[in-house]
Design a protein around this ligand. Structure first.
Ligand code: NDP
Length: 244
């Protein structure tokens, strides 16, 4: 049932990460699930196993470099190799800058940027040793354009694109290591639950649109990882049809 490959997914306890874990497990990957909420990870592992897949989990806070290293080590201990890392964990507490939500700015920098860097640091040495691997970093449409209220979130997502692009360009041509940016538009997940700015929440209320499902992004990730080794899907930008 497994294809012998291992994928680590951060932020696997809900939304895009959860759907990606299921999708990759369905495609035969042994999946190592990382996030902070253990009950959700345990439930997901069980769901995947009931469908015939292979999964393990490690409670992980991506803002800790040590915990990210431990997540990579858990994948190696359990499955023997790391083929794919999906750096997906993220927060989006949008706010207007003059609200000075400095704690939320800190959280976004810590999770959305540092978490991605720690993920890269945790797996890159193993991928270089294996001479192959694939790092997928989740950016956003907000990593392509800034809207009122998205300044800091967009800043983190522009950073994710810059980091991924830089990584891709630095990989030695002799190594089959790929780096892909996935930039979703609006996806129906729990992501907006971290918003505390009332003005942003009010602006969201009037919005009517058929949003993407987490599975739509999981399918895009499945496509990227299953291309032949010489094909590097640099970026997938995917919006709901009704999103401008
Ligand atoms: P969710 O809120 O459903 O999922 C976010 C995930 O991140 C959760 O599993 C959460 O797990 C995890 N997470 C948050 N903080 C940490 C942390 N410190 N350590 C480990 N895990 C953490 O949102 P989405 O699925 O929508 O978001 C996934 C990614 O997609 C994010 O990077 C987001 O920015 C991006 N994105 C989402 C869009 C959307 O419209 N939904 C659009 C564009 C991009 P736990 O709390 O258990 O730790």
């Amino acid at each position: 049932m497994t294809n012998g490959k291992t994928a680590i997914i951060t932020g696997a306890s809900s939304g895009i990460g959860q759907a990606t874990a299921k999708e990759l497990a369905k495609r035969g990957y042994q999946v190592m699930l990382g996030a902070r909420r253990e009950d959700r990870l345990r439930e997901l592992k069980n769901d995947i196993e009931l469908l015939g897949g292979t999964a393990a989990y490690q409670v992980t806070d991506v803002t800790s470099s040590e915990q990210m290293k431990a997540l990579a080590q858990a994948a190696l201990d359990q499955f023997g190799r790391i083929d794919v890392l999906v750096n997906n964990a993220g927060l989006m507490p949008l706010s207007f800058m003059n609200k000075l939500k400095i704690d939320e700015w800190d959280q976004m920098v810590d999770v959305n940027i540092k978490g991605v860097l720690y993920g890269i640091a945790a797996v890159l040495p193993h991928m270089e040793q294996q001479k192959e691997g694939h790092i997928i970093n989740i950016s956003s449409v907000a990593g392509h354009e800034v809207t009122p209220g998205s300044a800091v979130y967009s800043g983190t997502k522009y950073a994710v694109r810059a980091i991924t692009e830089g990584l891709r360009k630095e990989i030695a041509p002799s190594l089959d290591i790929r780096a892909t940016i996935v930039s979703p538009g609006a996806v129906a997940t729990e992501l907006t639950q971290t918003i505390t700015d009332e003005d942003i929440l009010t602006a969201f209320e009037g919005m009517e649109m058929k949003m993407l499902e987490a599975e739509d992004i999981a399918n895009a990730i499945g496509y990227a990882v299953e291309q032949p080794a010489y094909v590097d899907v640099n970026e997938i930008l995917i919006r709901p049809r009704q999103q401008p």
